[in-house]
Design a protein around this ligand. Sequence first.
Ligand code: FE
Length: 202
Amino acid sequence: MAFELRPLPFDKHALEPAMSATTLDFHYGKHHAGYVKKLNELVKGTDLENAGLETVIQRTNGKKEQQGIFNNAAQVWNHDFFWDSIAPNGGGETPELIRKQLEQAFGSLENFKDRFVDAAVARFGSGWAWLVSKNGKLEIVTTANAEVPFTSGAHPLFTCDVWEHAYYLDYQNDRAGFVKAFLKSLVNWQFISKRLTETKAA
Ligand code: FE
């Protein structure tokens, strides 16, 4: 059973103007698709071939000789999660459950957004900015390259891809502008609420 490129959960024009169809053509159609293809090539004939994606990530995490498998598996997971983290007509009103927790953790919703943008901009090179739940507390973390927070026990609530391929066609070098647009017009609060509920159930 090969790993599959999951269909995008929205039309490629549906996020405009915050994220263009051209960006999605490359980001989803070339980069994300490329990770899936490469992962399948790398695990072919190994005992990871029929494992679940999260199992592949956990089993190859930190193993130098399996770095290539880890990178591609984690990038497939990260991109699936990123597409779930955004939605057409995203942003907008923050549901009460998540808003209260963000206020508790960061003082105010505005302060959370400012800190999220700062963290995303401060991530040097390629990586990801995340809101996670860890030990019952909400935290902003960033990871380098393909790394995922769940290998260190954090439950991801949403993520923003800050690799240049995520924003360069629409925002050029303005990563802060992209992350602000992500929070204002793309972020899928319903998905985050669902993830938060899963944490509570866990
Ligand atoms: Fe990406």
